[in-house]
Write a protein that binds this ligand. Structure first.
Ligand code: ADP
Ligand code: MG
Length: 408
């Protein structure tokens, strides 16, 4: 990686400000999934064991610049204390004399958690004064919050101009796996792109279409491609204003020798609801008043066949309305298939909130090569954008020479 990480840092005795992503789901004040906290542990433990004084900071939810008691980080601090087997207190506010004093009292090997950064509107505005106040707590800055690296906020971007800035171990892992996809994937390389809408992922499709050998398109987004092929999609979710984009992607694929796999048959339902009547039809025979809700069995077979020889796969977006069990077959089968490919030695990277949820639902997360913790951030990375929270970290010198990135 061309950025310095905490492996390059002698943290002993230093005060280290660590931006983490502790934006965990809460129900009635209880954490329902602590995987984001667990994912940050390697960085926190490494710094503490070196004798650093660690100041942790995160956002939680969308408090919109106001204190909201339901979005306080106390449950996170409690879970973290349990995981680290040491007390971690949370400050009453990210700023203020009390917080400054609490930080001054910390000894090497101890850590503290600042209260929700987004209780201050200045955080999301990347306010220089707010960044300066945060920076004043520390000697060094570490960013381990890959999931927020696509946002230029005070704690992800502004502060990194004021302190020597390093990547944490989770950040490093994310950039290495996603970066390898973009720069040097073992071939054949495939992308499976599904989910709801073409509009949200058009940049990813554009950026990947000439880099991959196989592009599998499923989910709601396939409907716009079917429409571009002149097929009727009934009442299905579709974006007629994106038909031109879909056509351009297919043309680009043809020009670059990229094989596109679209559903040849689909599951259609009268209503997109549990218990609705449904059946499988060829994708050019979708009845006028029905909805495409999943890929059919022939599509699944064709997709598996196209993916069988692949050495690298990136998957984003479910292949059907997987929240309704009857329409989750395509998504579940592809998840199982990819887990098998990963176990057989292929590199399988899954990114995207819903796709990751689908993999986790089946208990397959451990079988994949890499599950990205950042939905939006991983997509922006694969759009080919440099993430502001990454760009600002210290470069490794001398810069390693790179060839033309990602070309086939
Ligand atoms: P991710 O979070 O993995 O990036 P998206 O948010 O783009 O994925 O898409 C997930 C959503 O797409 C799910 O809510 C799923 O129900 C929906 N979806 C998938 N296929 C269809 C379809 N054929 N019709 C309507 N919605 C679909
Ligand atoms: Mg989603």
């Amino acid at each position: 990686m061309n950025k310095l990480t905490i492996r390059d840092l002698d943290a002993a005795g230093k005060r280290v400000f660590v931006r983490v992503d502790f934006n965990v789901p809460l129900e009635d004040g209880k954490i329902t999934d602590d995987s984001r906290i667990v994912a940050a542990l390697p960085t926190i433990k490494s710094l503490l064991s070196q004798g650093a004084i660690v100041i942790l900071a995160s956002h939680l939810g969308r408090p919109d610049g106001k204190v909201q008691d339901s979005m306080r980080l106390r449950p996170v601090a409690e879970r973290l204390s349990h995981l680290l087997k040491m007390p971690v207190s949370v400050t009453g506010d990210a700023l203020g004399a009390g917080t400054e004093d609490a930080i001054k009292r910390l000894k090497p090997g101890e850590c503290i958690l600042l209260e929700n950064l987004r209780f201050h509107a200045e955080e999301e505005k990347n306010d220089p004064g707010f960044a300066k106040a945060l920076a004043s707590y520390a000697d060094v800055y570490v960013n381990d919050a890959f999931g927020t690296a696509h946002r230029a906020h005070a704690s992800t971007e502004g502060i990194a101009h004021l302190l020597p800035a390093y990547a944490g171990l989770l950040m490093e892992k994310e950039i290495e796996f996603l970066g390898k996809l973009m720069e040097n994937p073992e071939r054949p390389f495939a992308a499976i792109i599904g989910g709801a809408k073409v509009s949200g992922k058009i940049q990813v499709l554009r950026n990947l279409v000439d880099k991959v050998d196989v592009l599998v398109i499923g989910g709601g987004m396939a409907n716009t491609f079917l429409l571009a092929q002149g097929k009727q999609v009934g009442k299905s979710l579709v974006e007629p204003d994106r038909v031109e984009d879909a056509r351009a992607i297919m043309e680009s694929a043809a020009a670059h020798g990229t094989k596109i796999v679209l559903p040849s048959d689909v599951v259609v339902a009268k209503e997109v609801t549990r218990g609705s009547e449904y059946k499988t039809v060829p994708s050019d025979k979708v009845p006028a008043s029905w909805n495409i809700v999943d890929i059919g069995k022939n599509s699944l077979d064709a997709m598996r066949k196209a993916l069988e020889p692949v050495k690298t796969v990136f998957w984003n977006g479910p292949l059907g309305v997987f929240e309704i069990p009857t329409f989750s077959v395509g998504t579940r089968e592809i998840a199982r298939f990819l887990a098998g490919r990963a176990q057989a030695g292929a590199t399988v990277v899954v990114g995207g909130g819903d796709s990751v949820a689908a993999v986790e639902q089946q208990g397959l997360a451990d079988k994949m090569t890499h599950i990205s913790t950042g939905g939006g951030a991983s997509l922006e990375f694969l759009e080919g954008k440099e993430l502001p929270g990454v760009a600002v970290l210290l470069d490794r010198e001398p810069a390693s020479a790179g060839g033309p990135a990602g070309s086939k």
